[in-house]
Design a protein around this ligand. Structure first.
Ligand code: PEP
Ligand code: MG
Length: 327
């Protein structure tokens, strides 16, 4: 199997009926960069910047952050990289960063909430990103955006840091794209307001589904109680895709779902064409894409979404098997 995936490494992911799918990978540390060449991923759709902070004994300084980001961009070369700003808080605690005790950390001051409350932290990171990307492309996105105001405020900090760099005579990135992660269900009903403010969005299905189904993703007692391959989850994802297509907003899915062939098959049928998967998922998902007649699958999927079952996993799997999709 590994040999088969290695053979597919340089084959673009194109469905049987000619739809081009962009397959990216998730990364978080310098050691993950080897995965780019090994898997043949077309870029990094989610770089989890908090990993550097989590393996460090103290707050990484500006130059340590800049060096890592520069190394990532150097290694990626022409392949796009999307950096996600710090996602700490919740279950990711940093021993050297003082945090309040919270009853419900997953619903607490995590990710962008912390970044906006402690703008010094976020600004330092943005400064490092801008400096690493001088003269080249920079894509940066914010995690756990729950309201458009949060996105606006975060984006303003990018502007502030650009102005800071300009005042010091630094070059800015040749292209700067600022996006939001869609991980909070609140955004589902505010995409009309959010999308015009963003350059792109990425759907973090791990968190989006945890919050939609109110089931802690880290708690095995409840994390398996719902199925992502269910009408409510898939309809939500379909709605995001539809709104993005309507507004011409580039959208990807970067949660674990994107790395599982059956789930990724479902995402394709909903219209997603950009997936960022864990490294181990890139080969299997590419093989699925290469064996899928998307037009046919899409027509069949429309009726499945209308079913009144808690899970339509079996139905989707039967459909995929009937169409000879390799899962
Ligand atoms: C997600 O929530 O789906 C996601 C990609 O972010 P993380 O898993 O790092 O929370
Ligand atoms: Mg998340």
């Amino acid at each position: 199997r590994q040999a088969e995936f290695a053979r597919l490494r340089d084959t673009p992911a194109i469905t049987l009926d000619g739809k081009r799918i962009q397959l990216l990978t998730n990364a978080g540390l310098a050691v993950d960069l080897d995965n780019l060449d090994q898997t043949g991923a077309e870029g990094i759709g989610l770089f989890r910047t908090e990993f550097q902070f989590m393996v460090s004994e103290e707050l990484p300084r500006l130059d340590a952050q800049t060096n890592l980001y520069r190394k990532v961009l150097d290694t990626a070369g022409d392949r796009p990289v999307t950096f996600r700003t710090l996602d700490i808080g919740g279950d990711k605690v940093l021993p050297y960063l003082e945090a309040e005790r919270e009853e419900n950390p997953a619903l607490g001051r995590r990710a962008i909430r912390l970044g906006l409350d402690r703008p010094g932290l976020l600004r330092l990171q943005l400064r490092a990103l801008l400096s690493a990307a001088e003269g080249r492309e920079l894509r940066v996105m914010f995690p756990m955006i729950a309201t458009v105001d949060e996105f606006r405020a975060a984006r303003e900090l990018v502007d502030v840091e650009c102005a800071w760099a300009r005042r010091r005579g630094r070059s800015l990135p040749s292209l700067l794209r600022v996006g939001a992660m869609i991980e909070c269900p609140s955004l589902l009903w505010h995409l009309d307001a959010l999308l015009p403010l963003t350059d792109f969005v990425s759907v973090g299905t791990n968190d989006l589904l945890q919050y939609m189904f109110a089931a802690d993703r880290t708690n095995p007692l409840v994390s398996d109680r719902y199925d992502p391959l269910s009408p409510p989850a898939l309809r939500a994802l379909a709605e995001i895709q539809r709104k993005c297509a309507e507004t011409g907003t580039p959208v990807s899915v970067c949660g674990e779902l994107a790395g599982r062939p059956l789930e990724a098959f479902a995402l394709l049928t909903l219209g997603y064409t950009r997936l960022s998967a864990p490294a181990a998922g890139v080969g299997p998902v590419k093989r699925m894409c290469l064996s899928t007649d998307l037009g046919q699958a899409q027509r069949a999927m429309t009726s499945l979404l209308g079913l009144s079952a808690g899970s339509i996993r079996n139905e989707i799997e039967s459909l995929a098997r009937k169409l000879n999709v390799v899962l």
